[in-house]
Design a protein around this ligand. Structure first.
Ligand code: SF4
Length: 281
């Protein structure tokens, strides 16, 4: 049986950068804190915890402490509060996320009502919302569009959570265009996500089975899985090699493997090794 690994499987450059920054900071600083997990992956979180970086829920006195801003970014309020409390700031926000912040602020300054296409509760989206003076509207899917409010908007500036599914975004955009006379749309889905999603559209058609590796808390892994599953029912989402079942691979001619942006290489290697054990060449 053939194993085909997606070229884009695993860490994107933003996650790599955030992890490198965290590891360097843990070496050079004594008391390092983070508001939440560095990325959505249990194995990476464990490694970061072992370096001594502590996860906190809220800020306290920041004297002699360093606050590491995660790849997803944070709100302006959090940053201002941290500085006021005396924290030293190390910013590991992905540059693509910072670009979304910049675009959203610029549109707001041009009097556009900001609409973010993304998941309301995702850290990245909360960070974008927190860049703005006015209240942004967040839309995650067609079924949840507040049409009454949308019809009252004359001018909308639209940005997108970096890991959104392009097809979902375009469907929402089409409906928004029907109701809002003036729209400035910025497709801020990041390049690594686009590449991953394109592969996730091609590989399920070329392989008998698809294995998607990533944490169940990872939004981008979830979207890759959803795309894959819609094209090939033999698509399986696992967090580790242990979850792979022999029956999935019965009679499979080839298995395609891909992994979310926060999935470490070790998890990918383990999955490949497990498949080779189940189906020796
Ligand atoms: S998925 Fe995109 S936006 Fe998110 S960290 Fe990776 S490169 Fe940055």
């Amino acid at each position: 049986m053939k194993i085909n690994l997606a070229k884009s499987a695993g860490f994107c450059f933003g996650v790599k950068k955030a992890i490198t920054t965290a590891l360097e900071t843990a070496k050079s600083e004594k008391s390092v804190f983070m508001l939440g997990d560095i990325v959505h992956n249990e194995e990476v979180v464990r490694q970061i915890r072992e370096t001594g970086i502590k996860k906190i829920r809220r800020l306290s006195s920041g004297e002699c402490k360093t606050l590491l801003i995660r790849a997803h970014g944070c709100s302006r309020h959090t940053l201002e509060q941290a500085l006021k409390l005396g924290y030293r700031i190390i910013d590991a926000t992905c540059p693509m996320v910072k670009e979304i912040h910049k675009i959203a602020r610029k549109l707001e300054n041009q009097d556009y009502r900001i609409i973010i296409i993304g998941d309301k509760r995702h850290d990245e989206v909360m960070g974008i919302v927190g860049q703005l003076k006015s209240k942004a509207m967040v839309i995650d899917k067609l079924q949840n569009m507040p049409l009454g409010k949308i019809k009252k908007i004359a001018k909308a500036g639209i940005v997108v959570q970096s890991t959104q599914n392009l097809d979902n975004v375009l469907a929402i955009l089409e409906l928004l265009r029907k109701y809002i006379p003036k729209i400035a749309f910025h497709n801020t889905i990041c390049n690594p996500t686009r590449i991953k999603q394109n592969e996730a559209k091609a590989m399920p058609l070329e392989n008998s089975v698809m294995i998607i590796i990533g944490s169940k808390t990872s939004a981008n892994t979830k979207r890759i899985y959803e795309i894959s599953k819609s094209l090939n029912p033999n698509s399986y989402w696992v967090n580790s090699a242990k979850e792979i079942k022999k029956s999935w691979l019965d009679n499979a001619k080839s298995v395609g493997i891909t992994a979310g942006a926060s999935t470490p290489e070790s998890s990918i290697k383990d999955v490949i090794a497990k498949i080779k054990t189940i189906c020796p060449a």
